[in-house]
Design a protein around this ligand. Structure first.
Ligand code: BG6
Ligand code: MG
Length: 225
């Protein structure tokens, strides 16, 4: 049975994935690197410094550790600027209702974000209280696609990873959830997120019927183990 749902933040709860893209795009433009939304898919879910390295790979440039960190920090300053101007309406529609329904079913709710800005975003949008447990980029050594953050969230909830369902918009996040032995819903396009157990366009599209389907899958998998 699904006993916990673990949500990613950027691109799942709130439209901050767009601000990460805009900030990386601004940096890419400054560096003269061609950077498209498709390229950006590779940056989703991974850590800030890994994102910087992928950008360098895309541009075919090498930089010292110092330069790399300096530029990643610059991108972060722009990202935080965008985030500070966010309004609560930028929380995806249907997210609050979905979390309420899951809670009514006795399901525990956690957040697992690679972002070091996760708590700031939750605070600015007044949505800290939606989550029983919050895990973020400041609490882990290995970012997604490593399963560390998901396993940490499950541990803090006191729930077995096999009873957890993850919501993710990033390929790296889906890989991390699967590596943690969890079930996973992809938020976005089927083509991009085909590794997930199910893909839906928007977080708010998830229904309790879908939860029942996941319960059946979990039951089947757990009896096979
Ligand atoms: C993830 C985003 O949630 O957090 C990535 O999907 C981002 O795009 C990563 O790079 C790290 O975020 P931050 O805020 O610590 O730079
Ligand atoms: Mg995300």
């Amino acid at each position: 049975m699904i006993k916990a749902v673990i949500f990613d933040l950027d691109g799942v709860i709130v439209d901050t994935a767009r601000y990460h893209f805009l900030a990386w795009k601004r940096l890419a433009d400054e560096l003269g690197i061609k950077f498209t939304e498709e390229d950006n898919e590779r940056l989703k879910g991974v850590s800030r410094i890994r994102s910087m390295e992928i950008l360098m790979e895309l541009g075919g440039i090498t930089l010292s550790q110092y330069e790399k960190e300096k530029l990643a920090n610059k991108k972060n300053t722009w990202f935080v600027d965008y985030v500070e101007r966010m309004i609560p309406e930028e929380i995806y529609s249907g997210v609050r209702v979905l979390i309420e329904k899951l809670k009514e079913r006795g399901i525990h709710i956690a957040l697992a974000s690679s972002s070091k800005n996760a708590r700031t975003v939750l605070h600015l949008l007044h949505i800290q209280n939606l989550f029983e447990v919050v895990t973020d980029g400041t609490m882990i050594t290995h970012s997604k696609p490593d399963p560390e953050i998901f396993l940490l969230a499950a541990e803090k909830l006191g729930i077995d990873p096999k009873d957890c369902l993850v919501f993710e918009d990033a390929e790296a996040g889906i890989e991390g959830a699967l590596a943690a032995g969890m079930l996973c819903v992809g938020i976005g396009s089927q083509e991009q997120l085909f590794k997930a157990h199910k893909v839906i366009r928007h977080t708010g599209d998830f229904t309790m019927e879908m939860l029942d389907e996941f319960n059946a899958v979990a039951l089947k998998l757990n009896t096979e183990r």
